[in-house]
Design a protein. Structure first.
Length: 176
């Protein structure tokens, strides 16, 4: 695994953001855009970046949503995006408090099983500490063993499995 850094989305990465999106769409995974701040809904990178900036500021975040920061996980060696991860400032929200959690992430299909998710989560937990969060909830589908291993490797403590309309979701807490 190459060294990665987390950076806010900028137009510098516009082409690779669209390539990332196409690769995720082509993979047709369940929950494939987790942590991508609705990337799949925007026609242009500029619109998506504007959306992420609006949500990162509590003053401009829509009242029915939760402020969040979105980061691109970039390989230092070649500046390629390996994943996208978000950090929700709190989970005082009906969906996030039940099964969405503080953090969501997606790994580019061609970069999976290389350790990037584990490192992305580790780096994002550092950002949680900077925000003075004491614990964060992270969830995954019951059948998503890769995500479960990632969460456990970063100190996740299993709480329970819940049913969300027939979908089994495992809830974990990471104590910071």
């Amino acid at each position: 695994m190459d060294e990665i850094i987390l950076v806010k989305p900028t137009m510098e990465y516009a082409d690779d953001i669209m390539n990332f999106r196409k690769e995720i769409e082509h993979a047709q995974d369940e929950d494939c855009f987790a942590g991508c701040s609705s990337l799949e809904k925007y026609d242009t990178v500029k619109e998506w970046i504007s959306h992420t900036e609006k949500y990162s500021n509590p003053a401009t975040c829509p009242a029915d949503k939760v402020p969040s920061d979105v980061y691109l996980a970039i390989k230092k060696a070649d500046q390629r995006i390996v994943g996208i991860i978000d950090l929700r400032h709190h989970i005082d929200h009906p969906v996030l408090g039940l099964w969405g959690g503080h953090i969501g992430y997606s790994i580019r299909p061609s970069e999976r099983r290389k350790g990037y998710a584990k490192e992305m989560l580790r780096l994002n937990l550092e950002k949680c500490r900077e925000k003075k969060l004491e614990k964060v909830m992270i969830t995954c589908s019951e059948e998503n063993q890769a995500s479960e291993k990632t969460i456990l490797a970063n100190g996740g403590v299993y709480e329970k499995t819940i049913d969300v309309d027939g979908w089994k979701v495992k809830r974990y807490w990471v104590y910071l």
